[in-house]
Design a protein around this ligand. Sequence first.
Ligand code: GLN
Length: 537
Amino acid sequence: MNTRYIFVTGGVTSSLGKGIIAASLAKLLQARGLSVTIQKLDPYINIDPDTLNPYEHGECYVTDDGAVTDLDLGHYERFLSVPTSQANNVTTGRIYQNVINKERRGDYLGKTVQIIPHITDEIKRNIVALGNTKKFDVVITEIGGTVGDIESLPYVEAVRQLKWELGRDCACIHLTYVPYVAAAHELKTKPTQHSVKHLLQNGVQPDILVLRTEHKLDEGVKKKVALFCNVSKDSVIECMDAPTIYEVPLMMHEQQLDVVVMQHLGLPVDGEPVLDRWMSFLGKFKNPKKVVKIALVGKYVELPDAYKSILESFVHAGAANEVKVDVHLIQSEHVTKENVAEKLQDMKGILVAPGFGDRGIEGKILSVQYARENNIPFFGICLGMQCAVIEFARNVLGYEDAHSAEINPRSTHKVVDIMEDQKNITGMGHTMRLGAYPCEIKAGSLAEKIYGSNLISERHRHRYEFNNDFLAEYEQNGMVASGVNPDTKLVEIVEIPSHRFFIAGQFHPELKSTVVNPHKLFVAFVAAASAYDDETK
Ligand code: GLN
């Protein structure tokens, strides 16, 4: 069958959740037997979000092939359990870079290089390329930003052209907002009408409208929107706020979004989507047997999007354990020797978060120490593992000035250090150890028990590594390297066998946790926290 293309644009305002709508529709189509992928086109000039700080953009999501991408790709993978790649996230910066590289190579010799057709052709090439892999029946492309933004214009123009070229093989979904004006007791459709007019001015007639709203839309409202926007009433889909993003596929199915889309694309609709595992997750998620308090120690507490994948992994692992994980975000900058006990004593598990730079690092190291000395389940991720290594060096091996070369390059015990091949790198974008690497797991370790395997693959995004010069000393004193890269011998997992649960990884397991495949490390950590909770009741 021909690959079908679905475009998702947004109007009225940002933050309406285009990514969740795209992921929910994709889930429903997948549950009806289609192979689906989702792509995000981001209208900013950065080549990728690698150099953006979390305040700008939330978490950076990393794919197996080492692409640093928008956090929406995390939703795509969590919903679909299908890995994404660089092809799933393209920015304006990358589009221009490709076009300019071609120009310098002489590909356009004699021609003036312009937005139309050269930039729009490059955008179209990136969309169609995903379909050409023949791996997918449906490609859903989410256009970042809001219709009417200057930055989005070339993308909307590319959609216009593709709509024309693809004919029935493509559908346009426009997501808008219907505000409720309390003084008038009325839902207002005017912003939606205007945003569709904007699209029409750019030559794009949306086929389906999804209306975000905080109040139910009556038939009159839907009829009015249909009339003013040239879509059939069935194609006006209501999308109320949901208690959890994982309910949105069900809400969209209730509204028949999947059916309307498939009919529009000329795809046969028979039966119902098969969502058994999804429903079983939701059932457990909504009926937890108890609450388990877990501390997430990091420096971006006021910005939960910085830890998006970790928070979602706790949702998945909580459901797998039939408990609700109550995550307490602890500002590591405020953790001191004097108050660490007060802040952490009620916690049944302590996770030290990934991060960069020295802000809040001593609070993270103190949190590891508290978990280690008080036998509280501990889980360290990336910088969290490096903190565990530093803490052990300082308080067990007795190297008071032990540190990471990132934070204190003058330390005489750089237990976390930069690798030779990273030393001469001066640029900041895409220069870390990125993407999936294999990891060999030691027989008899906690890691082996958790993974049930001796060879795993996990995703990385960091520059510094455990310093193997100290490995023997660590192992003689009770911290073992239970996961090692088979090619480079870099330490990927450390654990303390005498502790009830103390494990840390140099990689980011949170990037691989999905609704139907919760990550084993998170599931085991939550199970350990839950058992510790029972014990301390
Ligand atoms: N800053 C550390 C490094 O670059 C850890 C990075 C992270 O936690 N993602 O190695």
